[in-house]
Ligand binder design. Sequence first.
Ligand SMILES: Nc1ncnc2c1ncn2[C@@H]1O[C@H](COP(=O)(O)OP(=O)(O)OP(=O)(O)O)[C@@H](O)[C@H]1O
Length: 333
Amino acid sequence: MDLGTANTLVYVSGKGIVLAEPSVVAMDQKTKMPLAVGIEAKKMLGRTPGDVIALRPLRDGVIADFDIAEVMLKEFIRRANEGSNVIRPRLVIGIPSGVTAVERRAVMDAALQAGASEVFLIDEPIAAAIGAGLPVGEPTGSMIVDIGGGTTEVAVLSLQGSVISESVRIAGDELSDSIVSYMKKVHNLTIGERTAEEIKIQVGSAYPTPEDNDITMEVRGLHLLSGLPRTVTIKGPEIRESMSEPLSTIVEAVKRTLERTPPELASDIIDRGIMLAGGGAHLRGIDTLISHETGIVTHIADDPLTCVVLGTGKVLEDFKNMDRVFSGRSRSL
Ligand SMILES: Nc1ncnc2c1ncn2[C@@H]1O[C@H](COP(=O)(O)OP(=O)(O)OP(=O)(O)O)[C@@H](O)[C@H]1O
């Protein structure tokens, strides 16, 4: 399972990826009953009546609301397990490398309470690198940059382990938040997080291109001064500019990791290049920006959003040979 801030994906041994849903739960505030989990709940974000709330139980890659996370995990495990005769499955979960022991424990406890028989944790950068097809098991350096919703994970890996790694709690969510602030400050327009994400995906970019100025989008929101709905047309370059701060934090994390990399592994990375994974790798021009700032060729994984779950899946399928990759393990029930 890739238990992500933005999306949760589940891979079942022998079947492949069986579930990919937003990490969102809609609850009835009065009865405390879940009304929807996943895609249906995401549609409700920012659009709920008074007694319904749509929540994201994870923030910055870690569990922010334990009870809601448990509800979500229970439902996803149920859906992934439908039609199978396994009652309490064994679970491998990818989590950010920078989390504390308490945060790791919270993930294991939530998964056990949600129905898992045993839980293994794997650091997301290792899972992402395995999923992206990097030769993680060999004595050669590979660099992975996984830009998710809540965290950006940068790691240099060799022999199934992470030699140097850095996890910053700045990723796709902060890029969207910067757009919300920019729209408020410059266009006097209040927009929700879903609209900001749409802007980021449709017109956002990390590096200038000649066609940038032609990319426009009509954005609807509430005008701050009149208090009424208003439509504003925005252009690519202003949105890129609005995201410059979180983008430079991501680039700095990559540079710092490179500076700390032992020379032999650095030479492997120059040969192989940097691999980008996570939904943020889809941001237009992010590969060019990182390549320009580091001087190292940067590739985007084939399907960045599925790298972590594919990596956990490969570990699950080859459990005996991959036991060194786990960073945590619960006692079996
Ligand atoms: N085309 C796109 N352009 C820019 N950003 C995108 C695009 N598609 C998805 N994203 C962003 O990718 C992020 C989600 O990525 P992903 O599913 O890898 O994160 P996650 O695993 O849930 O998060 P984390 O690993 O931090 O817990 C979101 O912020 C989303 O807005």
